[in-house]
Every structure is written in structure tokens, then in C-alpha cells.
Design a protein around this ligand. Structure first.
Ligand SMILES: [Ca+2]
Length: 117
């Protein structure tokens, strides 16, 4: 009876995932990047900008590449590369700081939030 449960659990897992075996790998690009020094005009600009950057990072905007391959129902493999949070933050600062003066104004923070990636 115990063997039947084990077999059933194995088959259920295989069916739910679609494959008997899977491999998912995530590589982090620029893992040791330090955040660039930046100032914000106001706390509101800082909060607006940082919340939006975090939201974009969580939804996968820092993904640089993604690939997958497999043998149907047998094996599936996926590999993705994402920027580290600090590297992503630095790139977003560069995008938001339109006049490149190292200061994110309220207008720049608002413009950044309004523009989709
Ligand atoms: Ca600026």
C-alpha cells in the first residue's frame, strides 16, 4: 500500500509539472554592484521612486535573458539571468535622472513612474 502511495505521488508530481524531471537555474548579473550615490529632491520623490523600482524588480523587469529547452514529458530545463537589485537600481537611476545631475527631482520621479519599461 505504501508503495502505491509513493508511485501515485511521483506520477502526480510528474503530471503537474509536465515533466519527469526539471531544472531551473537563475544567474545573477553584477552580483557585487554597489548602489550609486544619488539624492532626491524630497522624501516623496524618494519614496515614489524606490517603491516603483522595487515593484518593477519583483515583476521581473531585471531579467536580461531567459531560455528553456526540454524533451516533452521527460525533462525540462530553464535558465534565466537577472540583474542584481543594486545593478537594476543603478540603471533605473540613470533612466530617471534626465538631466544627469545626480539629483532625482519630484518631476523626474513622477515621469519615471508614469513611463512603463
Ligand atoms: Ca536630475
Amino acid at each position: 500500500m505504501k508503495r502505491r502511495k509513493t508511485t501515485f505521488a511521483f506520477l502526480a508530481t510528474a503530471l503537474l509539472s509536465g515533466c519527469l524531471a526539471t531544472s531551473n537555474t537563475t544567474h545573477v548579473a553584477e552580483p557585487h554592484a554597489a548602489r550609486v550615490a544619488v539624492a532626491f529632491d524630497t522624501d516623496a520623490a524618494m519614496n515614489t521612486f524606490i517603491e516603483d523600482v522595487r515593484s518593477r524588480y519583483r515583476r521581473g523587469d531585471a531579467e536580461l535573458s531567459k531560455s528553456s529547452w526540454g524533451i516533452p514529458f521527460i525533462y525540462g530545463s530553464s535558465e534565466r539571468t537577472v540583474l542584481s537589485e543594486n545593478a537594476y537600481f543603478n540603471r533605473q537611476i540613470a533612466r530617471a535622472d534626465l538631466d544627469a545631475n545626480g539629483l532625482i527631482s519630484d518631476a523626474e520621479a513622477d515621469a519615471y513612474v508614469r513611463v512603463e519599461r
